[in-house]
Design a protein around this ligand. Structure first.
Ligand code: COA
Length: 449
């Protein structure tokens, strides 16, 4: 067996290149043409192959060294009968080509592989479950051609892998580590992201958050574990998505409902025998429809780069049920009077509590009202019910001293909390919406205007 020097072959137009990755170590058995190092110029990266097969005896370069054609890379104990090959550096991978690779990642399979499956041995189509992209770094990933090839083969999008190599370069270990964390659920799959509420383990990694605390509560006292209801699981996943994906802002305001409440109470007295109780929420629905007509962006949805304005006013209202929160929808609320709205609301709320609400009765809302007024509290931040772009939270009205210009007078004030999607709506519009709603609730005759 002969000891031979493996040298940098012809690397084209480049005088000097930097060693950015060493792919072998002393004792490794390499084949002729196997990549030994990755080098990089200011324009491209390429791999330096071995001219012979054999055992690596000694490395003659280290990371960050500058090498050129003829530089000795390592000493190899060549196989006696192994023929030499004419070494040719791999085709350079230019930054432009890297960008294309990022823009068109290999499609990932939807069926997750067994977590126990060894990453390197799995076939491309079976290797990676679809996963939630991690936060983009805004930079192109740096990786050698062999690492890119490996990532492509196992379906790992390099743009999401954090590099641990020199200057953040992505190594084969980084790709393997990323693949393992997807398999183990540390990086959540897209399906898991919408199904699993925060707190169910492994969450937050996809967003770069520290892991959810795992506590053995039984260590501190007696506990009881209960599965969440189906409704809670579904609404939790929707709320999580909406809270994360919508840049939401909440504007708080007060409406003077002294006269409206007096009217409501007297109407209910007059209609005692009818069996229909007029609720504050029915007035709120009517008032919100008037505000939605004046400010149509609140009755819209986002569709890509377009805003879809709806010329119908279906109002959802949050109903507290033994199984969790449900949102029945009153259709064409603009065409209904307060009595009819009160009656429909009562029927839908009962159906919701009895678990008899059909799916058609929970879809198509253009705006939602969440009223905690019957329970208590002062202001809260409701979460928008996507694909709607705004929601009105209503708290308990209280008698308050209000300055009328000359003196403080007792007025019944209703706290309003309007959450809106800042991609569609601006703060000024939200303030106007609340102010207009307050005017209507203060003097309901304005609904007629
Ligand atoms: N301020 C003060 N009192 C209010 C009020 C308000 N904003 N809104 C209602 N009330 C009073 C009513 O006058 C009524 O009192 P009364 O029994 O003396 O007449 C009582 O609270 C109950 O009101 P009611 O008319 O039965 O119901 P509602 O219209 O307030 O609400 C639902 C109906 C379905 C919305 C309600 O039952 C519900 O489920 N609310 C919870 C919604 C929720 O969980 N939202 C949070 C989502 S995160």
């Amino acid at each position: 067996m002969a000891l031979i020097d493996i040298k940098v072959p012809d690397i084209g137009d480049f005088d000097e290149v930097t060693v950015i990755e060493i792919l072998v170590k002393p004792g490794d058995i390499v084949k002729a043409d196997q990549s030994l190092l990755t080098v990089e110029s200011d324009k491209a990266s390429m791999e330096i192959p071995s001219s012979h097969g054999g055992v690596v005896k000694e490395l003659r370069v280290k990371l960050d060294d500058k090498v050129k054609q003829g530089s000795i890379v390592l000493v190899l104990e060549a196989e006696a009968d192994a023929p030499a090959v004419a070494p040719v550096a791999s085709a350079p991978t230019a930054p432009v080509a890297q960008a294309a690779a990022v823009a068109a990642p290999v499609a990932v399979a939807s069926a997750p592989a067994s977590p126990a499956a060894p990453v390197a041995a799995a076939t491309p189509a079976q290797t990676m479950p679809a996963h939630e992209p991690t936060a983009a770094t805004g930079q192109l990933p740096h990786a050698s051609p062999s690492v890119r090839k490996f990532a492509r083969e196992i379906g790992v999008p390099l743009a999401e892998v954090k590099g641990s190599g020199l200057k953040g370069r992505i190594t084969q270990d980084d790709v393997q580590g990323f693949a393992k964390s997807v398999m183990a659920g540390d990086v959540r799959t897209q399906a898991q992201a919408v199904k699993a509420p925060v707190g169910s383990g492994g969450d937050g990694a996809a967003l770069g958050l520290i892991p959810w605390p795992k506590v053995d509560f039984a260590k501190f006292g007696p506990i009881e574990r209960k599965e969440m209801s189906r409704i809670k699981k579904i609404s939790g996943a929707n709320l999580l998505r909406n809270a994360i994906m919508i840049p939401a802002v909440t504007n708080h305001d007060d409406a003077d409902i002294t006269d409206l409440e007096a009217f409501r109470v007297s109407t209910n007295k007059e209609n005692e025998k009818s069996g229909v109780k007029v609720t504050m929420l029915a007035f709120l629905i009517k008032a919100c429809v008037a505000a939605l007509k004046k400010y149509p962006e609140f009755n819209s949805s986002l569709d890509g780069d377009a805003i879809v304005y709806k010329n119908y006013w279906h109002i959802g209202f949050a109903a507290d049920t033994p199984n969790g929160l449900m949102v029945p929808v009153i259709r064409d609320a603009d065409q209904k009077g307060v009595l009819q709205l009160s009656q429909e609301m009562g029927e839908l709320a009962k159906k919701a509590r009895d678990g008899k609400l059909g799916s058609a009765e929970m879809t198509g809302a253009t705006f939602t009202i969440s009223s905690l007024g019957g329970i208590g509290g002062k202001y809260f931040m409701p979460i928008i019910n996507a694909p709607e772009v705004a929601i009105m939270g209503v708290s308990k009205s209280t008698m308050e001293p209000v300055w009328d210009g000359k003196q403080f007078v007792p007025r019944l004030m209703l706290p309003l909390s309007l959450t809106w999607d800042h991609r569609v709506i601006d703060g000024a519009a939200a303030a106007r919406f609340n102010a207009y709603l307050g005017q209507i609730l203060g003097d309901f005759r304005r609904v007629l205007l």
